[in-house]
Design a protein. Structure first.
Length: 665
């Protein structure tokens, strides 16, 4: 099996890690950063921007810049709470109630997983440069509390990015893997993971390399963003009272408010008070308006009591499901940037009487755990075993709209369970199987994962036919359902296609589109490269001709000089005509001609190497010429300009590309 990378696909930031010599390491992106903002956008001229480049245009181009996509992935419009809908770009529900992101720059709408795929692509492309080999497979983490549709959508995003998704791994489990990698002592660990948009709690027993998840709980619509939103509302309402203007109605002002709120929130984790200054935030009747205020920690905490309350229940539920009391927990591992907030840490201390573990980096620990899981899958890491659980109960709708649970939450996965059902009407020839996920009694209150029909049931009184329905949850937490009529043996099996997910046809279409675009992009890049190289070659040609006439005289190497001049003239003509084939051909000819001239020059230099009777004076003359040349060409030293980035690039890649025909200059 080839190399598998670990990716923490965060709401706010994403991180990629790999195993190097058996140890997980975080890979920096092309910008040299260990975390990549989970932001995707398009510039006004439709260029795709990902990560920091996209983040930079959040304020100036808010309609074409998409953050917090993780809160939208695999969700129906009706699933979204108000906070998730309040984004500075435009989202809408399509006919199937699926969430679509509108991009004015490209005049297209996107499924959230398409945009997430661009982010994944950047992460693995940057990693491929670092590793010096293509990256084709990944372990991708998701909140433990992600439902089936959200998991499938994440897996689809990986596939759209051209990756084999070897495992969908729960984030708190990943954090525990990283935490417990070198710890032999048996202990019960509670992972408290509060990120930018989601909240998870998992309880695990870790003992000698065996990681047993006992219970998991959470809230996929709760994270640091909600705390930011409280500050945004506080600022906007204050401003409205003074100036009568609601800043939240202006996309740019809203984005600036969001940025300032997040910054203030983060500062308040370290200080008691912070200043918020947003000059020229709006224009009133009397001219520009500015927002200038200070926020102290206790005011901020006073804005969020209900958010803190929402953190309580999942912790208590996980403890209850694991059959444990708070005192049984040996260690609390805090994960996710939002776990740095003092009020959150305080709350956790009141729930579990332990000081949270400070030895893990909350921003990187999930990606590191994903790389460890990748190592388990490739066999590079032995003696580690992971037993995870399904976060939510799955079952089906029965008569009266009641949900019958087939696999209860917190059942170890992979798991297969079956139950037998019958018809509710006489001579009923088919049954509809409505698959549900959730903890509520009534089907309508739970998440509908999909429906399928088993037909061809022979006529019989109600209650006589026996339909056996089996549920399989794989190690990714993804569900497959099959139904069999026991009388006829007729069977129907489906991977439940969540109604919020892209259909297989749509995925295939997007993959084909990406593949054809990739070919277009590759061709375009090749042309640009070819032309750039031709220009570089021409510049080198000019330099070599000057060298030759200075060192050998105007006709000192007539044949070689003429060959270079002719090839240069032909190459210039073909560039002017825009004829790419000729560019390729004449660039090759110029390369050859330059090779001949270079040989002639070095032979000449060897012959006059300063050892003969005229050696010393000649050497002196050459030195003078050399100095003169350096001065003449110091400004546009093409060769050096060309060599420097190339050398740096090779340093980054560790290996020099084998097919670099330009290396010999
Ligand atoms: P993650 O999804 O783990 O990258 O967490 C990102 C969230 O953590 C964002 O909402 C950040 O604003 C938040 N965050 C990062 N650092 C801090 C901090 N020092 N105090 C409060 N929140 C933070």
């Amino acid at each position: 099996m080839g190399r598998i990378v670990g990716i923490d696909l965060g709401t706010t930031n994403s991180v990629l890690a790999v195993l190097e010599a058996g140890r997980p390491v975080v890979v920096a992106n092309a910008e040299g950063q260990r975390t990549t903002p989970s932001v995707v956008g398009f510039s006004r001229d439709q260029e795709l921007l990902v990560g920091q480049a996209a983040r930079r245009q959040l304020v100036l181009n808010p309609r074409n810049t998409f953050a917090n996509l993780k809160r939208l992935i695999g969700r129906l419009w009706q699933d979204l709470d108000e906070a998730s809908q309040a984004v500075p770009y435009t989202i809408r529900a399509n006919d199937l109630d699926q969430v679509r992101v509108l991009c004015p720059a490209t005049e297209r709408e996107y499924a959230p997983e398409e945009l997430v795929a661009s982010l994944l692509r950047k992460l693995v492309d940057d990693a491929a440069v670092y590793l010096g080999e293509p990256v084709e497979a990944a372990v991708i983490t998701v909140p433990a509390y992600f439902d089936d549709a959200q998991r499938q959508a994440t897996r689809d995003a990986g596939r759209l990015a051209g990756l084999r998704v070897e495992r969908i791994l729960n984030e708190p489990t990943a954090a525990a893997l990283a935490y417990g990698l070198d710890r032999q002592r048996s202990q019960l660990v509670l992972v408290f993971d509060l990120g930018g948009g989601t909240f998870d709690v998992s309880i695990l027993r870790i003992a000698s390399g065996v990681f047993d998840v006992k219970a998991t709980s959470g809230d996929t619509q709760l994270g640091g963003n909600d705390f930011d939103q409280r500050i945004v509302d506080w600022l906007a309402e204050g401003f409205q009272q003074t100036h009568g203007l609601d800043l939240r109605r202006d996309r740019q002002a809203l984005q600036r408010l969001l940025d300032a709120a997040e910054k203030a929130k983060q500062e308040l984790s370290g200080t008691q008070q912070t200043l918020i200054s947003l000059p020229f935030i709006a224009t009133g009747a009397a001219g520009p308006l500015h927002l200038e205020t200070s926020l102290d920690r206790s005011t901020f905490e006073g804005l969020c009591p209900d958010l803190l309350d929402r953190l309580l229940r999942p912790v208590q539920a996980a403890l209850r499901d694991a059959g444990l009391a708070p005192e049984d927990i040996d260690e609390v591992v805090m994960v996710g940037g939002s776990s740095r907030m003092p009020m959150v840490q305080q709350l956790v201390r009141t729930l579990v009487p332990r000081d949270p573990c400070q030895s893990v980096n909350p921003d990187e620990v999930v990606a590191i755990g994903a790389a460890v899981q990748a190592g388990i899958l490739t066999g590079e890491l032995r003696d580690l075993m992971l037993n995870d659980v399904t976060p939510l109960s799955v079952g089906l709708e029965t008569i009266g709209g009641v949900m019958k649970v087939i696999i209860p939450r917190n059942t170890p996965i992979p798991v297969r369970r079956s139950d037998t059902f019958s018809t509710s009407e006489p001579n009923q020839s088919s049954v509809e199987i409505h698959v549900l996920q959730g903890e509520r009694q009534m089907a309508a209150d739970n998440k509908s994962l999909g429906r399928f029909r088993l037909a061809g049931i022979p006529p019989a009184p109600r209650g006589v036919p026996q339909v056996q329905v089996s549920f399989d949850v794989d190690a990714n937490g993804i569900l497959q359902v099959s139904a069999m009529d026991r009388t006829t043996g007729r069977r129907q099996s489906v991977t439940v296609q969540g109604s919020s997910n892209l259909s297989q046809d749509e995925i295939d279409k997007l993959l084909a589109e990406a593949a054809s675009k990739a070919e277009d992009d590759r061709r375009r890049r090749l042309l640009v490269d070819r032309r750039n190289r031709a220009q570089t070659l021409l510049a080198q040609g000019e330099r070599r001709l000057r060298d030759a006439s200075l060192e050998l005289g105007p006709y000192g190497a007539e044949r070689q000089q003429r060959a270079v001049e002719t090839a240069m003239a032909d190459l210039r003509d073909s560039i002017e005509e825009g004829d790419d084939r000729s560019i390729e051909r004449y660039a090759g000819q110029l390369e050859e001609a330059l090779y001949g001239l270079n040989r002639r020059l070095s032979a000449e230099r060897r012959g006059n190497d300063g050892n003969g009777p005229l050696g010393a004076p000649l050497q002196g003359l050459r030195n003078t010429l050399g100095t003169l040349r350096d001065e003449l060409f110091a400004e546009d030293d093409w060769e050096d300009d060309w060599d420097r980035p190339a050398a740096q690039e090779r340093g980054r890649r560790r290996e020099r590309p084998a097919d670099d025909p330009w290396g010999r200059f």
